[in-house]
Design a protein around this ligand. Structure first.
Ligand code: ADP
Length: 605
């Protein structure tokens, strides 16, 4: 999807219409109404500034009639000073109005951002699992930006345009209804031309946006897929395909620019025709002594002032509409249902032993499609439980339920004999340590990334944890050691190194119950050994659930839960399960025994 608003033009490609503008406006008003007094000041400043812009041309007219024609230069000088003061004051008030509105906008947008971000923190995991991160991000950044823009400029401009428009027409009518009518002749002409041109411009800009989107996509794919392109020697084909897309963009780009380029000059011509008509008709009326020469000057200025707010209004209404649609998208997030509160009788879990029991647990992500069916097991404190089974069997789901990322449909989960529905979420999660293979690392120093496990840990404690996790050797080899700042999502670390950091984090957190997810991707044998050792140290004295992929881990487990299609179909230790000659036996034979045959020596991955 191309980003809206990208490119070097200020014509909106398409205005996204809000669904329920009045409700959204009311909610926005809740944020704005805190600044009622300031808003009133702004409104007042807008009125004053708009009134002052009307005074200028009027004074020029007066200068001609009262001082220039009768050769009263002293009076003219006095009026000149008044005129300069009026223009200076206009600038001052315009600046004051912008300054105040900008402040209101910034505060409002800060409040919106804060509320939206606070909301994100209380939303359940299911919210993030079911939504594209890009979409959520765009609501909190782009949409808020659009709201900011609208508040910053559009609001005052709309006020000011309306006031100027009404003021100008009233003054013109008061001075000469006939000349007012004559000066309006070009307005419908302008209106029709603008509409005709913008219709075409919008079409070609939207085409241009689409072409730009495909070009961007093409380049992005080409860069990400360079290895594939090179490996298959498809460089020439890529260049040809790129040329096509590129040419398409050129064609629509030229058309879009031609249409939008015509607009300015054409409007100028129409404006000037308007001036000529006013000047001609005005001159004739002056000769007939119906109006004065000064009035002609006033009118020529006013006709100029009169078309500007008309154009501005048309533009600003688009901006405001998009901003309301943006606010709607933002409020949608704020209206999401947060994680339910803890039960009123929920207990704080302290001094956790690590006894975990699942009893007749049923769970479905989507109603009617059970993911887990009648899951039962009991893990005693300190035991290691291996979760084994094909991809999509439900291993991760069991973890998601224990952490209460999702709540079960029926059955019970007990920790130390308490049903987890009656334990506060925070104390439950604090007693659990999670080291998943794709652990998120923040773009902060290694030290702080490990410290995420326990925020009040001292540097020494962090380093001790890293040593226990066998992570210190590789950390010290980084450019700044522990102080090395990781790149975004730590793409500069290998999978194995990231896992070592995850383990260090969990060691520091020192939880009673541990959830581990063994890396599926291949790491080199040395790192592998390091991870294995670190994991064993970490698991000591804790109840550990391991989503296991390595034979050595599975062998050492006190209990292996073999999961298939949402059910525990077999359980027991390695030897017991092999004896059964069932699912586990076959899994073992297909996954692990083959490797033994292939390299002849090592049976373990
Ligand atoms: P495993 O960890 O054993 O590979 P999972 O527990 O991740 O399997 O998934 C079990 C099933 O639930 C799969 O069919 C998967 O597609 C589905 N599933 C996993 N997470 C979600 C989710 N957030 N929403 C809907 N379905 C999901």
């Amino acid at each position: 999807m191309p980003e809206p608003g990208r490119g070097h033009h200020n014509i909106q490609v398409e205005t996204i219409k809000p669904k329920n503008a009045s409700v959204t406006l009311k909610r926005l008003w809740n944020y704005l109404s805190v600044h009622k007094l300031k808003l009133l000041t702004v409104l007042l400043l807008v009125i004053i500034a708009a009134a002052l812009t009307l005074v200028g041309p009027y004074l020029i007219g007066k200068a001609i009639d009262d001082y220039i024609t009768p050769h009263d230069f002293k009076g003219l000088f006095k009026l000149l000073i008044v005129l300069i003061t009026a223009y200076a004051l206009t600038s001052l008030f315009t600046w004051m109005q912008n300054y105040n509105m900008m402040k209101i906008a910034q505060i409002t947008v800060r409040d919106l951002r804060k509320d939206a971000f606070d909301k994100l923190q209380v939303l359940p995991v299911s919210f993030f699992d079911t939504r594209s991160h890009g979409d959520v991000m765009s609501r909190l950044t782009n949409d808020i930006d659009l709201i900011n823009n609208a508040l910053n400029t559009s609001l005052t401009q709309i006020f000011s345009s309306i006031i100027t428009l009404i003021g100008t027409i009233s003054l013109m009518l008061w001075l000469s209804p006939l000349l007012t009518l004559i000066s309006m002749i070009t307005v419908p002409l302008m209106f029709i031309t603008t509409r005709l041109i913008t219709k075409n411009t919008k079409h070609y800009f939207s085409e241009q946006q689409k072409a730009l989107g495909s070009l961007n996509g093409f380049i992005e794919e080409d860069i990400s897929g360079q290895k594939v392109v090179k490996a298959f020697v498809h460089e020439q084909e890529e260049v040809k395909r790129f040329e096509n897309t590129n040419a398409e963009l050129r064609d629509v780009g030229i058309k879009a620019q031609i249409y939008s380029g015509v607009m300015g000059p054409l409007m100028n011509v129409l404006n000037n025709i308007g001036f000529a008509v006013v000047a001609g008709a005005g001159g004739w009326l002056a000769v007939q002594h119906v109006i004065t020469v000064g009035t002609i000057a006033i009118f020529i200025n006013y006709t100029k002032q009169f078309t500007r707010p008309l154009n501005e209004l048309a533009n600003q209404i688009n901006t405001i509409q998009s901003a309301i649609a943006s606010a709607e998208r933002l409020f949608e997030i704020m209206d999401e249902i947060p994680e339910p509160d803890d039960a009123p009788d929920a207990v704080e879990l302290t001094n956790v032993n690590g006894d975990v029991e699942f009893k007749n647990v049923y769970f479905s992500y989507k109603p009617g499609e059970p993911t887990l069916k009648d899951v039962n097991f009991h893990a005693l404190p300190g035991q290691t439980i291996a979760l084994v089974g094909p991809t999509g069997a439900g291993k991760t789901t069991i973890v998601n339920l224990l952490t209460r990322f999702y709540d079960i449909d029926s059955g019970n989960i007990f920790v130390d004999g308490y049903d987890i529905k009656h334990i506060t979420r925070n104390s439950l999660r604090s007693s659990l340590g999670i080291a998943l293979q794709d652990t998120y690392l923040f773009s902060e120093s290694v030290l702080d990334n490990i410290r995420y496990g326990r925020l009040n840990a001292s540097d020494e404690e962090v380093k001790a944890a890293a040593r226990m996790a066998n992570a210190e050797p590789f950390i010290l080899s980084l450019p700044d050691g522990y102080n090395t700042v990781l790149s975004e999502d730590a793409t500069d670390l290998s999978q194995g190194q990231r896992q070592l950091l995850a383990i260090a984090r969990a060691i520091l957190a020192d939880p009673a119950i541990l959830i581990l997810d063994e890396a599926t991707s291949n790491v080199d044998t040395r790192t592998e050994q390091h991870i294995q050792e670190a994991m064993l140290k970490l698991m000591e004295g804790r109840t550990s659930f391991v989503i296991a992929h390595r034979l050595s881990t599975i062998r050492q487990a006190d209990n292996i839960l073999v999961i298939n299609d949402g059910r525990i179909i077999e359980h027991g230790n390695h030897v017991e399960l092999l004896k059964q000659h069932g699912f586990y036996y076959n899994l073992y034979m297909s996954q692990f025994a083959n490797i033994k045959k292939l390299d002849g020596t090592v049976a373990e991955r």
